[in-house]
Design a binder for this molecule. Structure first.
Ligand code: ADP
Length: 704
């Protein structure tokens, strides 16, 4: 026989033995004390019936209004009613009234319960004869021994003491009668004693009340007993409700705590299975979850995938059903929770559960909604009718909403992870492609430089012959050949020179690009350099009818720079200034010393300005004139020749010297190129190789 059945049998036996013994004692006493009972009834006169009715109603009310004050203190004031009854009705009448009213009330409340069992019936009849009957008889005996008046018609302090004393006996006897059944329920003797002492604490309050109610008859009459009994009933009712409210609010708090916990748990980054398991674990704490499912909606197949299905603590394998019939599908389609109290309700709501092996009655399902879409359903089932309340629905909905967001987030996170991987892979591919392209470009660049170097060399040799021989011919045939042919010779000579210049420029640029341009710094006097440049430029300038005016500050020191490259810089700037100047326009060259403190290049410098009053450069083209092969619109239209390489080379040479160059220009009024070069070129500082495309040179705003 299972342990539970054995225990039930023991409990029934104890109640049966104790109860029958109690009933026998009462029957015997009824016979033996029949005269005393008649005398009490006589003394009470017409009030006897009223008192019996009041005390019976009071006992019944106390039986029905019992409640749990705490988890261990179970308040039943029937004993209080018994204490009130025996001094007024005597042991026999008091016992019959109290016990039968209590039995009647308990039986009525038992009838309202769906499940009734033998154990409970025996606990009531004859059990209550033992639990209340025997203590009441024992208390009456003590009361009589103490010289108590029956019925109690004179309210005196002595009478009160006697009732109180025998009341205590009643309470003790009540505990004693409950001792054996409690042991049969499996409590240890120590536990029973502890619970009894806790339980008895309520009598500190009710014993004085019972004594006062008994005494009330002697001083006030039955109205006093009724008033006090009624007050006791109401007080008990209020206290009971408060206790229930407290239990409920504790339950709500527990639910709130669990809900917060769920929020915390499911916001952690879990796998979907772990997440669903966490939801189940938390739900279990607050809702009856012996039958629990979480189904996710698979929109691609329009199926419900049961990711978690727990039946009586057994985890079933995952399963899928098409969205169609059934309660879960109803929730998905209606976007609403569904609470079915019983199988009969299913018909009433017009919903139908899918045939199931388990005979369940109640069903509660709530949708998991994320961003206005139902992504699944959480459902619980029970074998009991109306097992789930509206509260459960609210709670489960809150859980489902949190779960939906967590699942959705997880899905988004997964998608994002996938995208990140794809993006990373693409970036890797692109990087590799770029690296390869870069390698190819570097190889092509090397080939180009090599080609340029070779080609320039190959071109320069025949060009030198052309220039040399045409020059000799020009000298020797000035007067001997026809002027038209002489002009041709001059053209050949000029074209040859131009070509050589171009080749030299290209060669210089490719050297700079390859980082192979090396400066040869030397100490020299700028006065002499400037004079030499001027000498060379003079012929060219006078041809263009342009005056070159030069000025050099007396304190300009000797410099250590690459003189050849500086001359190239000055030639470029001056030939541009002359080229783009109007007839007779002056070109000024000024050289000044700039101390370190005010030098823009952070070292003692010389500043060289080359200024003309020529065509000028439009502001939008100022940025570009230093680019290779760039020529301004106006420059090209004026047909003054050139290659567009001069300024690019100039800037490179300046920067190789760690200097700067800038330009100010006003179209139609002229331009001024300003460069700063260190007095002492420091060749220990490396110059970064030329990058393509070059950043624009510093451009100052046009002068007014
Ligand atoms: P180019 O051989 O064409 O002179 P540069 O690189 O020296 O090549 O000059 C580039 C362009 O800048 C010129 O074609 C011209 O359009 C413009 N430029 C340079 N210097 C001046 C100047 N002093 N006045 C007007 N335009 C100029």
């Amino acid at each position: 026989m299972p342990a539970e059945a054995l225990q039930r049998r023991r409990v029934i036996t104890v109640f049966l033995i104790e109860g029958i013994a109690g009933l026998c004692i009462l029957l015997t006493l009824t016979w033996l004390r029949r005269e005393q009972t008649a005398a009490i009834l006589h003394a009470l006169g017409p009030n006897a019936a009223i008192l019996i009715a009041i005390l019976a109603a009071f006992t019944a009310a106390m039986t029905l209004l019992r409640f749990e004050l705490t988890e261990v203190i179970y308040v039943s004031l029937v004993a209080t009613a018994c204490i009130t009854a025996f001094p007024l009705l005597g042991p026999v009448l008091g016992c019959w009234v109290a016990v039968s009213a209590s039995i009647a009330a308990r039986l009525i409340s038992l009838l309202r319960k769906p499940k009734r069992n033998l154990e409970e019936v025996i606990r009531i009849v004859p059990g209550l004869f033992a639990i209340y009957g025997v203590p009441l008889i024992a208390a009456s005996m003590v009361y009589e021994r103490l010289g108590g008046e029956l019925p109690l018609l004179h309210a005196t302090p002595q009478a009160a003491m006697r009732v109180a004393g025998s009341g205590i006996v009643l309470i003790l006897m009540n505990n004693l009668m409950m001792f054996m059944p409690a042991r049969a329920y499996g409590y240890s003797a120590a536990q029973v004693l502890r619970l009894d002492s806790l339980d008895s604490s309520i009598y500190l309050l009710t014993l004085p009340y019972a004594v006062t109610t008994s005494l009330a008859y002697g001083s006030i009459g039955w109205g006093g007993v009724l008033a006090l009994a009624f007050t006791g009933g109401v007080a008990n009712f209020v206290a009971g409700n408060l206790a229930i409210l407290r239990t409920k609010s504790q339950g709500q708090l527990q639910r709130l705590a669990s809900l917060t916990n769920i929020g915390k748990t499911i916001s952690l980054r879990y796998t979907t299975d772990q997440l669903l398991m966490a939801i189940y674990t938390e739900c279990k704490k607050i809702v009856d979850c012996s039958l629990f499912t979480i189904a996710l909606l698979d929109e691609s197949t329009n199926e419900l995938s049961f990711e978690l299905d727990v039946r009586d603590l057994v985890f079933l394998p995952k399963d899928r059903i098409p969205v169609g019939e059934g309660l879960n599908s109803w929730v998905v389609k209606h976007h609403q929770p569904l609470l079915v109290g019983s199988v009969a309700d299913e018909k009433r709501f017009g919903v139908k559960a899918i045939a199931d092996t388990k005979k369940t009655e109640s069903w509660l399902g709530v949708p998991m909604i994320a961003r206005d879409r139902v992504i699944g359903v959480i459902s619980v089932e029970s074998y009991r009718k109306h097992a789930f309340k509206h509260d459960d629905m609210i709670l489960l909905t809150a859980i489902a909403n949190q779960a939906a967001v967590a699942i959705e987030n997880q899905q988004l996170y997964k998608d994002l992870e996938g995208l990140t991987y794809a993006l990373e892979a693409r970036v890797m591919d692109r990087t590799n492609e770029l690296r390869e392209a870069n390698l190819r470009l570097m190889a092509a660049d090397r080939s180009k430089n090599q080609f340029l170097a070779n080609m320039s060399h190959e071109l320069r040799t025949p060009l030198n012959s052309i220039i040399g021989f045409s020059s000799v011919l020009l000298e020797s045939t000035r007067t001997t050949i026809a002027p038209r042919l002489y002009k041709f010779l001059e053209n050949i000579h000029a074209a040859g020179n131009h070509l050589l210049e171009l080749i030299n420029d290209i060669l210089d640029l490719s050297k700079i690009e390859a980082g192979k341009m090396e400066l040869r710094p030397d100490v020299f006097d700028l006065h002499e350099t400037l004079a030499a440049v001027e000498r060379v430029m003079r012929g060219f300038a006078s041809e263009a009818n342009v005056r070159i005016v030069s000025f050099i500050d007396a304190d300009v020191p000797k410099v250590r720079l690459d003189e050849g490259r500086l001359k190239q810089i000055l030639f470029n700037l001056l030939s541009n200034a002359v080229k783009f100047s109007p007839n007779g326009g002056p070109v000024e060259v000024a050289v000044r010393r700039v101390p370190k403190a005010t030098s823009p290049i952070g070292a003692e410098a010389v500043r060289i300005d080359v200024q003309d009053q020529g065509i000028g450069i439009p502001p939008d083209e100022l940025q570009r004139i230093f680019d290779e092969f760039y020529q301004t619109e106006d420059g090209r239209r004026s047909r003054r020749g050139g290659t567009g390489l001069g300024l690019s080379l100039t800037r490179n040479f300046v920067e190789l010297h760690h200097g700067t160059i800038e330009v100010q220009s006003t179209p139609g009024k002229g331009s001024c190129f300003t460069l700063y070069l260190p007095v002492n070129y420091d060749d220990s500082v490396p110059v970064p190789p030329m990058r393509a495309p070059r950043p624009a040179a510093r451009v100052a705003p046009p002068s007014a």
